[in-house]
Design a protein around this ligand. Structure first.
Ligand SMILES: C[S@@+](CC[C@H](N)C(=O)[O-])C[C@H]1O[C@@H](n2cnc3c(N)ncnc32)[C@H](O)[C@@H]1O
Length: 208
């Protein structure tokens, strides 16, 4: 499999450019349905608690939405793109947004939920991140929930690495579920949320 360095740009650099040219707004529209689905799951499994995090939060739109619909002490966002984080802070000046690479990210407290939308397949070793999340970031009985549109069964997404010129880790539904389970999560469930007639978001949820 190719590596991040085999492409002209890294995922973080690509999305930093997207933020500069306003393409982050398109993700806000395109990912909204799937994020609302995940927020409904969080509402069912853990509607109120102390602390949640959106990993790869982009311009912060989903963090703002989660703060509106969930009853949490705080929900924070982390993204590697400086421009995305600048935008998030501009829209939500009182919010907590941090410009960090998630594979190295550490926070002083553990999280009741760890959410991500369209992020984890940009990692060369998502298994390492998910294990780190389970051990070092997640509270006991906390929820791990991820949504992705690029996976083996979502056929129209398979040419995206060539189209976008960026690394993507192409895995099957079974492989993603295996990663979540082998990190230690239990009661793992998954859904395919339709985006249109041909495409869907894979949502996977696990409990610590
Ligand atoms: C497809 S965008 C999704 C953004 C947001 N979740 C949304 O739905 O609008 C992927 C995001 O993940 C971020 N990202 C990718 N790899 C990352 C990493 N290793 N550390 C931090 N952020 C990363 C990118 O900067 C980008 O903002």
């Amino acid at each position: 499999m190719k590596k991040i360095k085999d492409y002209a740009t890294t995922p973080i650099e690509l999305f930093n450019e997207w933020a500069k040219t306003g393409k982050d707004k398109g993700m806000e529209t395109g990912h909204n349905n799937s994020v609302e689905f995940m927020i409904k799951l969080l509402k069912t499994y853990k509607p109120e608690a102390n602390l949640g995090i959106d990993i790869g939060c982009g311009n912060g739109w989903a963090v703002k939405k989660m703060k509106k619909f969930l009853n949490y002490g705080n929900i924070i966002g982390v993204d590697g793109s400086r421009k995305m984080i600048q935008k998030a802070k501009k829209e939500d000046p009182k919010g907590d947004y941090f410009c960090e690479n998630i594979i190295k990210y550490e926070y002083e407290e553990k999280f009741d939920f760890i959410h991500s939308m369209e992020v984890l397949y940009y990692l060369e070793n998502p298994e390492n991140f998910i294990k780190h999340a389970f051990i070092n970031m997640q509270k006991n009985e906390g929820i791990f929930i991820m949504g992705i549109d690029h996976y083996k069964e979502n056929k129209p997404s398979l040419n995206w690495p060539q189209e976008c010129g960026v690394f993507m880790n192409t895995k099957s539904i079974k492989e993603w579920i295996g990663l979540i389970k082998s990190a230690g999560y239990e009661k793992v469930k998954h859904w395919q949320v339709p985006n249109n007639k041909k495409e869907s978001t894979l949502v996977v949820l696990g409990i610590k």
